[in-house]
Design a protein around this ligand. Structure first.
Ligand SMILES: Cc1cc2nc3c(=O)[nH]c(=O)nc-3n(C[C@H](O)[C@H](O)[C@H](O)COP(=O)(O)OP(=O)(O)OC[C@H]3O[C@@H](n4cnc5c(N)ncnc54)[C@H](O)[C@@H]3O)c2cc1C
Ligand code: SF4
Length: 558
C-alpha cells in the first residue's frame, strides 16, 4: 500500500504542472519541495515597496554582493528580489569549469522570478539534430507537443501576436502589448531588407486580458508595473504559486511538504520499479521515506540529474536508469554572451507612457531549413527600443532635476539567446569527497563553450550590427561579455529523451527507459537545446507525461 499515488519532486514551473494534472485526474499527490513555503500575495514582502522605502534604495549593499558573489550576478537580483534566490553559502557545488548556477529554492521555485518568455519550439528545432547530424534525434516532433502547448497556454495565459512565422509557431494568445513607434520602424526595415527576418512582439506569460479560466484562478489583468520578480499581487503573470499549485490544492488531492530535501529515489529490486522517495527534513535533518506508485522528477535540470545520480541500488549502481553511463552527460545551455546598443535618430516628437514588462523578439533566421552558416544551430534575438532619461546633466539641484525629467533620444538594444550543441564532455557528476549540510554529495559541473558557440557569437555580432545599420541606427556598440555558462539561466540535459536506450535515458513519454514509473519532465530531459525560451516546453511535456502516467496507472502498469 502506497502513502500516495504520486510524488512530485520540486514545486517550480514543471513540478507545479505535474501536480495540477495528476491531482485533477484524481491521484493523491505529494509535492516535495526543499525550500520554504510561499503563499501567493502574503509572501511578496516587496510587492508595493517604493524605491525610497528600501533600506538601500533598492541597490545591492556591498556586503550582500561580497557574501553572494555568484547569485548576485543573476539577472534581476536586487534588494527587492533577493529573498527569492538562494544564498551562496547555503548551497555549494564544485565548478570544475566556470559555471554560474542560478537557483531559487522555495515553493514556486524559479517560476516566481522567471522572465516569462514563452515561445513555442518549431518543427525545425525538433528535427534539427537528425537533419544536420548533431546529437541524437528527438523521439517526438512538434505535432506531438502542439496540443499540449495549447493546453498550457490557455491555462497560464500567454500574450502575443499571431505572426505566422515558421521558426516560432503561433499559439493560443491573449492580446499582445503593442510595439512602440521605433520598434515598428525596426520591424518594417528588417523585413524590407531581408525578407525572412521577422521582428515581432514576444510571447509572454502576462495576463493582458484575463479569460474566465484565469479569473477562476483568482488572477487579474497585468498592470504593466514591470515589478514581476517581486511576486505579483494581481497574479498578472504565471507562477506555480498563483496558478498550478492552488488549482491542484482545490481538488483535495494535493499535499505539499516544504523543507523536504529529496536525497534519492528508492528502487524496489523485486518489483523492478521505484517505490518511493527518501527525504531529509531541511531543518531537523530527519530522514523520511514516502511511498508512491508514480514519481515525477521536477527539481530543475541539474538538481534532477543530482537526485538520479544519487539514487543508487544493486540494480543501478551508477544512478537510477543509468545503464549506458550517459546520465549527467550532454548538458546544454543558451548562449547570452552577445549584445548591442545603438542610438536611433529622430522620432523625438514621440514618447512612450508607462512601463513595459515585455520585449520584442527577432525570430531565428539561422540554419532553419538548410545549414547556411559555418556553425550549427540558431539564435533568437530579444530587442526593444526606449527613450532614456536625459541623465548626463552635470551637477545637482534644479538644473539636474529638470534634465532628468526630460526624455533623451531613442535607444535600441538587442541580445542573443543561442543554441548550444549536445556535447558529451559537458557533464555533471557527484563529488566523491564533498557533501552538503544534508549529507548529499555536491554536484560537480564541468560545462563550457565550444568552437560552435564562438562562431555563433561572432555571427550574431556581425548580423546584429548590420541590421541596426540597415534600420538607420547610429553609434552602434557591440559586446561579447564572455560570461560563464549558467548565468544564461537555461541549463538543460543530462537525462535526455531518445528512442534508443543505448544512447538516451528517457523514452518519448519522459519515462526512464529502465524504470518506467519515474518520469523526468524538467529541462534535464532535453535532447537538444533549441533557441527558444524553454520553460513552456517543460510545462507542455510535463502535462503530456502526467496524462500518460495516469493512463498507464489505470491500466495497472505500475
Ligand atoms: C532570472 C530568470 C529569468 C528567466 N526567464 C525565463 C524566461 O523568460 N523564459 C523561460 O522559458 N525560462 C526562463 N527562466 C528559466 C526558468 O526559470 C526555468 O527554466 C524554470 O523555472 C525551470 O522549471 P523547473 O520546474 O525545472 O525548475 P524550478 O522552477 O527551478 O523548480 C525546481 C524546484 O525544485 C526544488 N528542488 C530542487 N532540488 C530539490 C530537492 N533535492 N528536493 C526537493 N526539492 C528540490 C527547488 O527548490 C525548486 O523549487 C528564467 C530563470 C531566471 C532565474
Ligand atoms: S507587470 Fe504585470 S505581472 Fe508584472 S508585477 Fe506588474 S501587474 Fe504583475
Amino acid at each position: 500500500m502506497s502513502d500516495f499515488d504520486a510524488i512530485v519532486i520540486g514545486s517550480g514551473i514543471s513540478g507545479g504542472w505535474a501536480a495540477k494534472e495528476l491531482c485533477e485526474k484524481g491521484l493523491k499527490t505529494l509535492v516535495l519541495e526543499r525550500g520554504r513555503n510561499i503563499e501567493h500575495i502574503a509572501d511578496y514582502p516587496t510587492a508595493f515597496t517604493e524605491p525610497w522605502e528600501f533600506k538601500h534604495r533598492n541597490y545591492l549593499p556591498r556586503k550582500v554582493r561580497e557574501e553572494n558573489p555568484l547569485i548576485s550576478k543573476a539577472a534581476g537580483y536586487n534588494e527587492d528580489t533577493a529573498h527569492f534566490f538562494i544564498q551562496d553559502k547555503d548551497h555549494p557545488y564544485v565548478q570544475e569549469k566556470p559555471f554560474e548556477w542560478i537557483r531559487g529554492y522555495q515553493v514556486g521555485g524559479k517560476s516566481l522570478i522567471w522572465g516569462r518568455a514563452c515561445q513555442r519550439w518549431s518543427e525545425y528545432e525538433f528535427s534539427a539534430p537528425a537533419r544536420f547530424g548533431y546529437g541524437i534525434d528527438w523521439p517526438i516532433r512538434y505535432k506531438d507537443v502542439a496540443p499540449w502547448y495549447s493546453h498550457v497556454e490557455k491555462f497560464i495565459g500567454v500574450c502575443g501576436h499571431k505572426d505566422s512565422i515558421e521558426a516560432m509557431p503561433d499559439g493560443e494568445f491573449l492580446p499582445p502589448i503593442e510595439l512602440n513607434c521605433v520598434e515598428k520602424v525596426l520591424q518594417q526595415k528588417f523585413l524590407a531588407h531581408y525578407k525572412n527576418r521577422y521582428l515581432v512582439q514576444g510571447r509572454w506569460a502576462q495576463l493582458t486580458e484575463p479569460n474566465d479560466i484565469h479569473i477562476e484562478q483568482g488572477r487579474g489583468r497585468c498592470q504593466c508595473r514591470n515589478l514581476c520578480m517581486r511576486g505579483c499581487p494581481y497574479g498578472g503573470y504565471f507562477s506555480s504559486v498563483t496558478s498550478t499549485l492552488p488549482w491542484a490544492k482545490r481538488t483535495g488531492n494535493l499535499t505539499v511538504r516544504p523543507h523536504s530535501v529529496v536525497h534519492s529515489i528508492i528502487y524496489d529490486e523485486n518489483k523492478g520499479q521505484a517505490s518511493g522517495v527518501r527525504v531529509i527534513d531541511a531543518n531537523t535533518k530527519e530522514v523520511i521515506e514516502y511511498k508512491a506508485r508514480v514519481i515525477f522528477v521536477n527539481a530543475s535540470a541539474l538538481n534532477s540529474n543530482l537526485i538520479l545520480l544519487n539514487s543508487t541500488s544493486k540494480r543501478f549502481p551508477n544512478g537510477l536508469g543509468n545503464d549506458n553511463g550517459l546520465l549527467g552527460k550532454f548538458i546544454g545551455f543558451h548562449i547570452y554572451r552577445g549584445s548591442m546598443g545603438a542610438d536611433m535618430p529622430g522620432y523625438e516628437d514621440k514618447y512612450i507612457y508607462g512601463r513595459n514588462p515585455v520585449e520584442c523578439i527577432l525570430a531565428n533566421f539561422r540554419n532553419l531549413k538548410e545549414q547556411d552558416t559555418d556553425f550549427f544551430g540558431g539564435y533568437t534575438t530579444f530587442m526593444g527600443a526606449y527613450r532614456a532619461r536625459r541623465n548626463e546633466a552635470e551637477g545637482i539641484g534644479a538644473g539636474f532635476k529638470k534634465a532628468l525629467s526630460e526624455p533623451d533620444g531613442w535607444r535600441v538594444y538587442m541580445y542573443m539567446q543561442g543554441e548550444t550543441m549536445p556535447n558529451e564532455n559537458n557533464h555533471v557528476r557527484l563529488s566523491t569527497n564533498e557533501k552538503d549540510q544534508w549529507g548529499i554529495p555536491l554536484l560537480v559541473t564541468s560545462v563550457g563553450y565550444d568552437d560552435n558557440a564562438e562562431k555563433m557569437v561572432k555571427d550574431f555580432l556581425i548580423q546584429g550590427r548590420e541590421m541596426l545599420e540597415v534600420a538607420g541606427c547610429t553609434n552602434i556598440e557591440t559586446y561579447d561579455n564572455k560570461q560563464a555558462p549558467g548565468l544564461d539561466i537555461h541549463e538543460m540535459g543530462g537525462v535526455r529523451m531518445g528512442r534508443d536506450p543505448q544512447t538516451s535515458l528517457l523514452n518519448e513519454w519522459n519515462q526512464l527507459h529502465h524504470c518506467k514509473n519515474v518520469f523526468v519532465t524538467d529541462g534535464a530531459c532535453m535532447t537538444s537545446m533549441g533557441n527558444q525560451s524553454p520553460s513552456i516546453l517543460y510545462m507542455a511535456l510535463t502535462a503530456r507525461a502526467a496524462n500518460r502516467a495516469v493512463a498507464e496507472l489505470k491500466k495497472g502498469k505500475f
